[in-house]
Design a protein around this ligand. Structure first.
Ligand SMILES: [Zn+2]
Length: 448
């Protein structure tokens, strides 16, 4: 028996996720992502034109040079969901492996867009669609099952690699959302079945393991938004909401509320129209009939001109820029770089947390201060996370009952908190819960 888990990226940071599992020389790679805060540090660089080795040096993409020391052949690249910290470096690294890229329909559509905008490498790996709840053979010994998960982007799955030695579950990223607004609940039954059959190893995200209790559902976020939007004196004022462009469930809730307010929902910004457009095209979501989208600069300008002409109170604007990013729509609206003027009592709703790094904090501070000077009313509470909290993780552990656990998707502070939770459930650090750093691997032959 030879089974080895190689931690390539995402084990020292939240971002640039990449893990390889080597089973008797047949290697399956899970996710190839970007580290977004590092992209921001080097904001003057155009990532699409850059070479992999420079990007590795800058800490933006996973350092997969460690794969040179792994004996075997890569058979598949498997994607869990479409967030950039999971798929964003495919265009830089996938060409090095002679293997297909496997993902759900929404994830693969996003990958196709990434490949189209890449200007350094030509990515020709075949793209193979596997739907949530389906299974496919990868080799004569290995099969892949996609267990339906919920997260903050549509079509997220928990990939399960079935091997002759038990299952390996790749648990980046998930939450247990029972009112997900778009799509179905997680497939609890499948998780319990996989657990019963025997899980050799679970690789689990730990991003939010230090939050007590259970992460609230997307339905809860929809109620918070209703409270902010339907029960505020805003009838004669402009209303602008900003959230994650890929958070289709959230945007669906917002557009439905716009209908109840008698306003036309308008989705504004390049990424807003990309993620929402694809979701609608492939039938994941249906926005209200009158929803409009404006992506490219000309149509953004045209749309905002129209809004100002017709009266702001007729529209509900959903825009990019929840972190206060300088080039995004909301910051440009606030600095009069776009044909939109904020006035006293206009309402701005941030339906997103500030991603905790000082750059985001500074940008958000500037944006909020500017809006405040114009008398704009700020609302910041309508958000729930897309990641499992501590008690969700405990349920996952009890259902899957894995022999070994590798916490991932975070630095020591997070992965060690996951290890502590595992110890509460009877595991022991170094025996059956393992903390890896980028570039390290765990060989099951040696520990079993
Ligand atoms: Zn994610």
């Amino acid at each position: 028996m030879q089974l080895e888990v190689v931690a390539i990226g995402g084990y020292e940071e939240v971002g640039r996720n990449m893990t390889a599992v080597n089973v008797d020389g047949e290697i399956i790679i899970f996710d190839i992502g970007l580290r977004l805060d590092r992209v921001m540090i080097h904001e003057d660089t155009d990532v699409s034109k850059m070479h992999s080795l420079n990007l590795i040096e800058m800490g933006i993409i996973p350092d997969d040079t460690v794969m040179k020391n792994i004996e075997g052949e890569v058979k598949a690249i498997v994607l869990s969901h479409g967030h950039l910290d999971h798929i964003g470096a495919i265009t830089k690294l996938a060409h090095r492996y002679n293997a297909p890229i496997i993902g759900t329909p929404y994830t693969l559509e996003l990958v196709k867009r990434e490949i189209l905008s890449e200007r350094k490498f030509d990515i020709r790996n075949p793209l193979i669609t596997l739907n949530a709840k389906d299974t496919m053979d990868l080799t004569s010994n290995l099969s892949l099952e996609f267990v339906k998960a919920t997260h903050s982007i549509p079509d997220a799955v928990l990939p399960v690699l079935h091997t002759p030695y038990g299952a390996v579950l790749y648990g980046n990223d998930f939450k247990f959302d029972n009112i997900p607004i778009v799509g179905e609940r997680p497939d609890y039954r499948a998780l319990k079945r996989v657990g019963k059959k025997g899980v050799l190893c679970m690789i689990s995200e730990s991003t939010r393991v230090d939050f007590e209790g259970k992460t609230p559902s997307e339905g809860h976020a929809a109620n918070l938004l209703k409270n902010d939007l339907l029960w505020t004196d805003n009838e004669k004022n402009g209303v602008v909401i900003t959230t994650f462009s890929s958070h289709i469930a959230r945007i669906k809730s917002i557009t439905d509320i716009a209908e109840r307010m008698g306003r036309t929902p308008v989705l504004i910004g390049r990424s807003m129209s990309k993620y929402c457009g694809i979701a609608e095209d492939i039938g994941i979501v249906k926005f209200p009939e009158n929803t409009r989208m404006a992506g490219d600069p000309t149509s953004v300008e045209r749309t905002l001109n129209q809004v100002m002409k017709d009266g702001k109170e007729k529209y509900l604007l959903v825009v990019t820029g929840h972190q206060g990013e300088e080039g995004a729509v909301l910051s440009r609206m606030a600095t009069n770089k776009l044909p939109f003027r904020f006035e006293k009592y206009d309402q701005v709703v941030f339906s997103a947390d500030v991603i905790p790094n000082p750059m985001n904090a500074a940008q958000r501070y500037l944006l909020e201060a500017r809006l405040g000077l114009m008398g704009v009313r700020l609302f910041k509470g309508a958000h729930v996370s897309g990641h499992a909290a501590k008690e969700d993780h405990r349920d996952m552990l009890r259902w899957l009952n894995p022999e070994h656990i590798i916490p991932a998707h975070g630095d020591f502070n997070l992965t060690s908190k996951y290890a502590k939770l595992a110890e509460e459930e009877g595991y022991r650090l170094g025996e059956d819960v393992h903390l890896l750093r980028n570039g390290q691997s765990l060989n099951f032959e040696r520990i079993m």
